[in-house]
Design a protein around this ligand. Structure first.
Ligand code: NDP
Length: 297
């Protein structure tokens, strides 16, 4: 079997186009421009790249982008003060604080200080609770991107066996909630799971969110299963150059799986597209407008 490639790059392009069309309507018919504020504390190079990319794509879909770059030694109090200002700023509909934060800042306190209605990352405890109880919430961008790709590929996910590798608050746990809400039978695995490979081999859907380069092997995959690879791992090649790989061994897994997301070009681009979609949703909700229907075909 040779897996179908689930092209996140192409899919995210369609999603961004739809977001952009909705933004245009908001601007022309309602005189509203959605705004996204991104806060970066410190000099982490990967975070700087993400923040630049988010800002660029925010502008490309016609939204306002507000970037706040704070020094590594910013105090928690100063960061909270900025968030309070953004919470009451009517031009800002979405707030994202780039993680990880420097060690002296408590990320939970910071995230929970964001107005839940502007929490476009979906990490605020209120949004976590709403998602867990199947209510309307802000859904974390990476799992949302995975879900959109899965639904686009399969249609209904009802009754499918899904195994998630990883239990982080950012990916693994919300992914499990989303798949549960789609009536999948969900197993969450982690570093203490016994017989991980056997668990994965039972899955119709595998979501790998581990952060270990090419850990998932072809022999773990049930023939025909769908493999969503969230991992982003930078590995050094023998010639000294670096390349990005996922948490699954792409070349061998794609010979067994029915469908697979590549790294790069799979989940990554969907994450930013979903951030823009969430900002649009937050903006519409603020003005009592219906949530836009933004699942591309
Ligand atoms: P975390 O480090 O927060 O979580 C990793 C999870 O993997 C943990 O639950 C951990 O288990 C589990 N794990 C670690 N080792 C093993 C193992 N040997 N067997 C089974 N489970 C294991 O990572 P994130 O969830 O934040 O991210 C995961 C990956 O996804 C990373 O590569 C990250 O870069 C990428 N990522 C990609 C995004 C994108 O936009 N494409 C967005 C966010 C993340 P335990 O809890 O027991 O420690």
């Amino acid at each position: 079997m040779v897996a179908q490639i689930i092209d996140g790059k192409l899919f995210s392009k369609k999603l961004r186009k739809q977001v952009s069309e909705h933004v245009n309507v908001l601007k022309t018919e309602n005189n509203i421009t959605p705004g996204l504020a991104v806060v970066l504390v410190g000099e982490d190079p990967a975070s700087q790249v993400y923040v630049r990319s988010k800002g660029k794509q925010t502008i490309e879909v016609g939204m306002n982008s507000y970037e706040y770059k704070l020094s590594e030694d910013t105090t928690e109090a100063d960061l909270l003060e900025l968030i309070n200002r953004l919470n009451v700023n009517n031009d800002v509909h979405g707030i994202l604080v780039q993680l990880p934060l420097p060690g002296h800042i408590n990320a939970d306190v910071v995230i929970n200080s964001i107005d839940p209605e502007k929490d476009v990352d979906g990490f605020h405890i209120s949004n976590v609770g709403l998602l867990a109880t199947g209510q309307k919430s802000m859904v974390p961008c990476t799992p949302l991107g995975c879900l959109l790709m899965l639904k686009n590929f399969h249609g209904s996910l009802t009754g499918m066996d899904a195994v998630i590798i990883g239990r982080s608050n950012i990916v693994g746990k919300p992914m499990a909630q989303l798949l549960l809400n789609e009536s999948c039978t969900v197993t969450i695995t982690h570093s203490r799971t016994k017989q991980l490979e056997e668990a994965v081999r039972c899955a119709d859907i595998v979501v790998a969110a581990v952060g270990r380069a090419e850990m998932v092997k072809a022999s773990w995959i049930k023939p025909g299963a769908t493999l969503i690879d969230v991992g982003i791992n930078r590995v050094k090649a023998s010639d000294g150059s670096t390349r990005l790989v996922g948490d699954a061994e792409f070349s061998s897994c794609s010979e067994v799986a029915g469908a697979i997301t590549p790294v790069p070009g799979g989940v990554g681009p969907m994450t930013i597209a979903c951030l823009l979609a969430n900002t649009l949703v937050a903006c519409c909700r603020k003005y009592g407008l219906e949530d836009p229907d933004i699942i591309p075909n």
